[in-house]
Design a protein around this ligand. Sequence first.
Ligand SMILES: O=C(O)/C=C/C(=O)CC(=O)CC(=O)O
Ligand SMILES: [Ca+2]
Ligand SMILES: [Mg+2]
Length: 395
Amino acid sequence: MTWLDLPDGTGFGITNLPYGIFSTPGTARRTAVAIGDRVLDLAAATGDPVHATGTLNAFMARGPAAWGALRRQLTAWLTDPAHRAAIEPLLSPRADVTMHLPIEVADYVDFYSSRHHAENLGRMFRPGTPPLTPNWTHLPIAYHGRAGTVRVSGTPVIRPAGQLGAARFGPSERLDIEAEVGFVVGMPSTPGEPVPVDAFTAHVFGVCLVNDWSARDLQAWEYVPLGPFLGKSFLTSVSAWVVPLAALEAARVAPPARDVELLPYLDDSAAPWGLDLTLEVRLNGELISRPPFKQLYWTAPQQLAHLTVNGASLRTGDLFASGTVSGPAGDQYGSLIELSWNGTAPLTLAGGARSFLEDGDVVTITATAPGPGGTRIGFGEVTGTVTPAPRRAPA
Ligand SMILES: O=C(O)/C=C/C(=O)CC(=O)CC(=O)O
Ligand SMILES: [Ca+2]
Ligand SMILES: [Mg+2]
């Protein structure tokens, strides 16, 4: 129990304690933890300069023992009434603060781990071939994204322009979303030393929401044979709050059965990390999808093991995302290209029919997961509003 008066049904209860970076007018960026509809200023509460650096990276680099110690300290401060007089003045309403990108992103990798999404995209992008490529059940497929264009929730989505086909240039006409879950690396690894599946919690600090905005026309024209490039590099939005892995113990579930026997480095049966998150996607306020994360074929420890198995090392601030989360049902797809079946079955919304995004559209992704003792773990939101492509001379 906490001495705070928390809003009913808050996803930011005492069992969550997500971290973010905030400022108020005229003050520097510093670390906060969210509790109910307020934020606690950790720079002030702890006096530790690591929380005044303006990103979570330096704290994340201290490692799991430090993460656990601070979490225990925060729990004590927010539950024991003896601390109330010291802590309460350091809380601000969340509505009064500005949130910033929580991490300095080192490298950004995006997986492709939802079987339903991969099959749907295969059917649309590669008709006449089997929906899954033969490698899909043997390794978690991914591409390297652009770290420098990972931005915090609320960043405007400037409609990208580019080649739409042979000798065709212009603003994307098929701007899409991808509802995803991101994993933030706290602890680096050593070059040449793969990170085994069972070292996941020694490296990964927490979880955020991701929208991997995608221009399907640019993507379809450019992606063979090297994969996504400009169709996805213009912006990737992340939620302002990073939920610590420690808050997700009650959400862990077994992943789906695997089709083929995996190589030992991908065997995660000893400590399964399926996660029972449910995402919700809203377009201009209307709920359009509820993608279930727990059915993802590849788990985050497998993704981490795979991305380091060649000896590539991790850095503090690396972000790896799940890939679009789509469930089997038509109202569980994590992208508009699936929800509108490549534009052939537009969604009927209060604001009119939609296949892809129009200027002014607002997309908001939220998620919840079960927490300990019947509590709910919230992830805040990742939102963005589409703004028109700037007028440029024709390329
Ligand atoms: O199958 C393809 O050619 C393309 C797939 C994607 O666009 C998906 C991607 O970015 C990875 C993901 O989000 O699952
Ligand atoms: Ca993606
Ligand atoms: Mg992207």
